[in-house]
Design a protein around this ligand. Structure first.
Ligand code: ZN
Length: 346
């Protein structure tokens, strides 16, 4: 009996060891699989826009593409009485990521974060500046160089647009309009370089779903490659010329792509700009291209043509909570004052 007990025990021991070995192997393969994904960070936490809503939506879009492992880096809140100490503790490890998405429009970052970001881009890091990400950091010279055209007054930098013949024009500081936008509307995006990996195989003109169309953006406007524009129609309070929408600027060994599409205001339950199949395609292709220099994503079947926008259903998402205001409820109108709602939308 003792012998057979021993045999059973030994058999069980061996089976357990085998199972453990198998589990360990599976765990390794899971880790290996995620290691192949492109590591992306979205930095946010302050924005006049609905960052608690559009950030999880952006993450869902990236997750759906299946290529990215996305981390959220959430800054201290501007109203937090302990924010000074929290800013000092907030140390984003930018170099852990292939691409950093800027969904931030708030207070100037403290020096350690500014230095970290500049060093990251100089050393070969990549950034994607999302919509109002071109609004903040007035006077931070390196950021303004990386972004090129920002939400600034007309005397705070050059303006760049395209005339009716497609010729690029530079306007000097002080002349012409400063940063603004007309009424939100669907508009035709024109890809200026159809051979660019981000735009390969896509229609050169396609209808973007309802969004703001930024105009009169200002900045150093140096070393810019403009990839897409849209005609800013005076009928929607636009400028009557084609405004830059998507552009890149090399900085050191790195590269920054700015795409001013993507408006989503506070308390907006849905966001057609982010639901647009065109926007989503350009986003995921841009991130892959920034990270690897190539794009493996096919043109999706629902990519819009020139005549009609193509909207995708939003995947269910959980709004982020403000870190400082624990009872913040993004969809409860009482939680956002009338004054805040009327604050100029960018
Ligand atoms: Zn906006």
């Amino acid at each position: 009996m003792l012998t057979s007990f021993r045999a059973v025990f030994l058999l069980a021991f061996c089976l357990t060891a085998a199972l453990l070995g198998c589990t360990a192997a599976q765990a390794d393969s899971v880790i290996d699989k995620s290691a192949e994904k492109i590591k992306v960070a979205i930095i946010t936490g302050q924005n006049n826009h609905g960052w608690t809503l559009d950030t999880p939506v952006l993450k869902n879009i990236l997750d759906e593409a299946g290529l990215f492992d996305t981390t959220l880096l959430i800054s201290p809140d501007a109203k937090d009485p302990d924010k000074a100490a929290k800013w000092q503790q907030f140390k984003p490890a930018f170099s852990d990521y292939s691409v950093v998405i800027i969904n931030y429009n708030g207070e100037m970052w403290p020096d350690h974060i500014k230095t970290g970001f500049v060093d990251y881009i100089k050393g070969g890091g990549k950034a994607y500046v999302f919509h109002a990400g071109n609004n903040p950091f007035n006077g931070w010279t390196e950021y303004e160089q990386m972004v090129g055209l920002l939400w600034r007054k007309n005397n705070e930098g050059k303006r760049l647009y395209f005339d009716e013949n497609g010729q690029q024009k530079i306007v000097q500081p002080g002349d012409g309009p400063g940063a603004g936008h007309g009424a939100k509307h669907a508009y035709v995006v024109k890809n200026l370089d159809p051979e660019h990996p981000v735009f390969t195989g896509l229609p050169t003109e396609w209808m973007h779903a309802q969004d703001e169309l930024y105009h009169g953006q200002r900045g150093p406007a140096e070393n810019m490659t403009i990839l897409a524009t849209a005609y800013s129609d005076p009928a929607t309070k636009g400028t009557g010329v084609s405004e830059p929408l998507v552009w890149t600027i090399p900085f050191g060994e790195g590269l920054v792509l700015t795409n001013v599409m993507g408006h989503w205001w506070k308390n907006d339950a849905t966001g057609p700009a982010l639901q647009c199949a065109g926007f989503q395609t350009i986003l995921t292709r841009s991130i892959e291209w920034l990270a690897t220099g190539k794009v493996t994503q096919e043109k999706p079947a629902d990519f819009p043509g020139k005549d009609a926008a193509s909207l995708r259903e939003l995947k269910p998402f959980k709004p982020l909570a403000y870190l400082y205001v624990p009872d913040f409820a993004p969809f409860a109108s009482a939680s956002v004052s009338r004054q805040e709602m009327e604050h100029a939308e960018h």
